[in-house]
Design a protein around this ligand. Structure first.
Ligand code: HH2
Length: 258
């Protein structure tokens, strides 16, 4: 899953694709690099990011969706707002990536009525404050229990299991030790019975481990994506598609021969 941020302030590439034409170019480039799905976001969720209204989010996203008609791979919308989900799906999106796991008022019902897959992600707190003091007794158990509850709520609302994906939400209300525990135990999420998505690309945990600024985290991010896939992730959300694809091709060749 290649990332296209249509925002002025995302942590890794804020502003790079804020202009719709540049976002469209970036999307085509990521497709050429081998992305199977593109995740478009109109609101940054980096720690400390201020919220954006639905109208502003749609004003950022809709021109890009218009420009991507005919791109030929599934498009995902990174949003937690039901109105944005509905309009984005109407404009051609087939995957709703919700960092809030459909907990916003009306979100489960709206998603259930739309012809789209859904990613349910775990977050402790909210983006503005989540990195202040993340705290867990048992991070893997607590994230697993939350995702199990959200899968159950989605199923109950009529969202078929084969439309669902879960994500432990690396960096969303988690310190380095929490992120590492989740990565180490990603296999524990397999019993939820839906594919696991992992987003580690260029995140601060890569910076904490390598000491590198955001623009120099490609190698660390690729290592994290490889570990996530070996740990059972079926989708990895990344900025550096070509590098990740090459690394995962080696993993796939290795797994076929063992
Ligand atoms: N991380 C970000 C945004 N959306 N969605 C899922 N499912 N999993 C993630 O880990 C995830 C996500 C990070 O937020 P942002 O500040 O918007 O930066 P970027 O989109 O460049 O990663």
């Amino acid at each position: 899953m290649g990332i296209v941020n249509v925002t002025p302030d995302s942590f890794s590439d804020g502003g790079e694709a804020f202009d719709p034409a540049r976002a469209v170019d970036r999307a085509w480039r990521l497709k050429e690099e081998g992305a199977d799905i593109l995740d478009l976001g109109g609101e940054s969720t980096r720690p400390g990011a201020p919220p954006v209204g639905a109208e502003e989010e749609l004003a950022r996203i809709l021109p890009v969706l218009e420009g991507l008609k005919g791109i030929g791979i599934p498009l995902s919308i990174d949003t937690y707002k039901p109105v944005v989900m509905r309009e984005a799906v109407r404009a051609g999106v087939g995957f709703i990536n919700d960092i809030n796991a459909l907990q916003a008022e009306g979100a489960v019902a709206v998603a259930a009525a739309l012809p789209a897959a859904v990613c349910l992600m775990h977050m402790q707190g909210e983006p503005r404050t989540m990195q202040r003091a993340p705290s867990y007794d048992d991070v893997v158990g607590e994230v697993h229990a939350f995702l199990a509850r959200r899968v159950a709520a989605a199923l109950q609302a009529g969202i078929a299991r084969d439309r669902l994906t879960v994500d432990p939400g690396f960096g969303f209300g988690k310190g380095l030790e929490h992120n590492l525990a989740l990565l180490r135990h990603l296999g524990r999420f397999a019993d939820l019975g839906v594919p696991v998505l992992a987003g580690l690309s260029r995140k601060s945990m890569i910076g904490q481990i390598t000491g590198r600024p955001v623009g120099e985290r490609v190698f660390g991010s690729v290592a994290a994506a490889v570990l996530a896939v070996i740990g059972g992730a079926r989708i990895v959300r990344v900025h550096d598609v070509r590098a990740t694809r090459d690394a995962l091709a080696v993993v796939a060749a290795f797994q076929e021969t063992v």
